[in-house]
Ligand binder design. Structure first.
Ligand code: F6P
Length: 373
């Protein structure tokens, strides 16, 4: 006979995203409702390597946190137990596989299942730990919205709202000074934040990783606006966008056990635009503002729904699955579906077509009457 669920654990891994606390609250309340004990693993999987980082979560510990940004459990994007960073005596860094310790500690602590809240990296780790015998369910988090298997990840809506608000604000100062603003948004190798905020915030050009751009085409758009008496322009550029034949702009070489850090394309592009158009041009990098603060209503709601759905999955013993939004329902997909490929912007999507029809340039030669399939 299968042993009944008595204790579950919850952890938040990778970069934070608005809505993490709402998921934790829904998990704790739904689990307590079933009479289960809940523990929080602090700082991603690190809490299962250093078990002093495990804390009990009761109803009181999740009171009043639905609307709070960040995560009460802390997070890290350096805690992959399969490639755990260690410093050698000579000061150099390397990585070691500590995944067996994670599985063993979870067993020793009587943890029957883990709710892993995270992005692509965390879902991949969850899947690998599941293959080693840990019972895991995933909850898709990331402002980048680049996880497959779910229509949307929580955190994305808030990030888009922050970026749209910034574009609204930049419009008035751009117009007052007759300047060009190049606004860099996050998103890693996917252009979701740039696309959605750029359309909602009425940008003149949106540059995304999925469509390599020509700086000349962007400048043509700016000068075309000048010819029509519009002496200012707003260009939204995703941090992962690249010029045709060009390379990603990255920050340093990245540390051992950490992902490549993107950033700097706005500054580069702004100086080229200034040279090519003669127009005063400024770069604005929105950075981590897009991840901080209160989750939007939409993100709170799906975060709560995801957390409750994760507990239902555990109850049904449907492990190695990730909860996913499939409107109007929350369903689940195997973790392998979520991680098999990155979800990028489909070029034929109606959102891209809408942008083109509105006259927004993607820095390529297509326009509204030359639509992709
Ligand atoms: O994945 C979320 C994200 O905010 C990306 O959009 C961005 O490239 C990255 O994390 C930034 O990471 P960090 O917080 O390590 O600077």
């Amino acid at each position: 006979m299968t042993r009944p669920i008595r204790r579950i654990a919850v952890c938040t891994g990778g970069g934070d995203a608005p809505g993490l606390n709402a998921v934790i609250r829904a998990v704790v309340l739904s689990a307590r409702d079933r009479g289960w004990d809940v523990v929080g693993i602090q700082k991603g999987y690190e809490g299962l390597l250093d078990t002093s980082k495990i804390r009990q979560l009761d109803r009181k510990s999740v009171r009043g946190i639905t609307h709070l940004g960040g995560t009460i459990l802390g997070t890290t994007n350096r805690g992959n137990p399969f490639e755990y960073p260690v410093r050698l005596p000579d000061g150099t860094q390397t990585v070691m596989d500590r995944s067996d310790e994670v599985v063993e500690n979870a067993r020793r602590l009587g943890i029957d299942a883990v709710v892993a809240i995270g992005g692509d990296g965390s879902m991949r780790i969850a899947q690998d730990l599941a293959e080693k015998g840990l019972s895991v369910v995933g909850v898709p988090k990331t402002i980048d919205n680049d996880l497959s298997g779910t229509v949307v990840t929580f955190g994305f809506d808030t990030a888009v709202s922050v970026a749209t608000d910034a574009l609204d604000r930049l419009h008035s100062t751009a117009e007052a000074h007759e300047r060009v603003f190049v606004v860099e948004v996050m998103g890693r190798y996917a252009g979701w934040i740039a696309l959605h905020s750029g359309i909602a915030g009425t940008a003149d050009a949106i540059l995304i990783p999925e469509i390599p751009f020509s700086t000349e085409v962007v400048c043509d758009k700016i000068m075309d606006r000048v010819a029509r008496g519009r002496n200012f322009s707003i260009v939204v550029v995703a941090e992962g966008a690249t010029p045709v034949g060009g390379e990603l702009v990255v920050k340093g070489d990245g540390e051992v056990g950490q992902q490549q850090r993107l950033g700097g394309i706005a500054e580069q592009l702004a100086s080229q635009i200034k040279v090519l158009t003669g127009k005063e041009t400024r770069a604005v990098v929105l950075g981590h503002l897009q991840r901080g603060g209160m989750p939007s209503t939409f993100d709170r709601l799906i975060a709560l729904r995801f957390g409750a759905a994760a507990v239902r999955l555990i109850e049904k013993r449907e492990f190695s699955m990730m909860v996913a939004l499939d409107p109007p329902n929350v369903r689940s997909v195997p973790l392998s579906v979520a991680t098999e490929r990155m979800k990028t912007v489909p070029l034929g999507s109606d959102t891209v077509l809408t942008a083109r029809q509105l006259g927004i340039s993607f820095g390529d030669r297509q326009n509204g009457d030359a639509l992709p399939e």
